[in-house]
Design a protein around this ligand. Structure first.
Ligand code: ATP
Ligand code: MG
Length: 247
């Protein structure tokens, strides 16, 4: 089997935001501690290695703050590892945080163009697909309003509708399905199933274990910066939920 995503001993750290970001006065007042703290970094992922094969759908699960979105950000190339290597093969379409790549003052329609271009389409291609994208989003009534007037579910609809009309090799989806209403969630699930049938490699972060069991070939459980388990979704989800039941 050919690999589509490879993580090799990947470590990702973030700076600690302490006295430095609390203003100059605060920085001076706490000078010794503040200087010490600027060197300290928070480890979000620690020596993580795994492979996702072409055409596989892999679910990423774990508690809040475990490092799931960090992992997806690295796969998308938006984040760079401090150590190790991330390799992706093919066109990557990321659907990360809600509204990432959108501009609040632009209309829905303008944001479709902006986002489509950011995701690698030409302006012409986006314009050609515009009607289909708007129809899929079911936001016809609001499409010429500025994005800041949209609810979070509506922003998610717009984001997924753009992704649904791309032609990716690798699809990265972070939690986006959770904010849409039930009808739209079903529509997204059907679209993801279609992508799967077409051989698109999918890495999907979700807190919905039923969804992971239904959609995915394998699951990765991230816990305390490391991979706690990887393999059969039923087994990995069972192990994760039994740990949740203990706390
Ligand atoms: N830009 C950042 N700067 C500093 N720390 C960050 C940054 N982004 C994430 N972190 C920290 O890294 C850790 C992992 O965050 P991440 O967003 O990857 O978690 P997650 O598993 O996606 O959580 P959730 O289920 O809540 O979405 C958290 O402790 C978070 O505070
Ligand atoms: Mg997250």
């Amino acid at each position: 089997m050919k690999e589509a995503i490879i993580f090799e001993n990947v470590t990702k750290t973030y700076p600690y935001y302490g006295y430095v970001t609390a203003g100059f006065k605060n920085f001076i007042l706490h000078l010794p501690k503040a200087i010490k703290n600027t060197k300290k970094r928070f480890v979000a992922l620690d020596e993580v290695s795994f492979k996702v094969y072409k055409g596989e759908c892999v679910g990423v699960i774990g508690k809040n703050g475990a490092g799931k979105s960090t992992l997806l950000g690295l796969a998308a190339g938006v984040l760079k590892p401090d150590k190790g290597r991330v390799i992706t093969k093919g066109r990557v379409s990321p659907l990360l945080e809600l509204g990432a790549g959108f501009h609040p003052e632009l209309t829905g329609r303008e944001n479709i163009i902006l986002n489509g271009v950011l995701l690698g389409m030409t302006k012409r291609e986006v314009e050609k697909k515009m009607d289909q994208i708007v129809e899929f989003s079911e936001l016809e009534e609001f499409i010429d309003q500025p994005l800041r007037t949209y609810s979070s579910g509506m922003v998610a609809r717009l984001g997924f509708s753009i992704i649904a009309h791309l032609d990716p090799d690798i699809l990265l989806v972070d939690e986006i399905l959770a904010v849409g209403d039930i009808d739209f969630q079903k529509k997204c699930m059907d679209k993801i199933m279609n992508f799967r049938k077409d051989g698109v490699t999918i890495l999907l972060v979700s807190h919905n274990l039923e969804q992971v069991k239904k959609l995915c070939d394998r699951a990765i459980w991230i816990d305390q910066r490391k991979i706690k388990a990887i393999g059969d979704p039923d087994e990995v989800c069972k192990a994760y939920s039994s740990l949740l039941a203990c706390v």
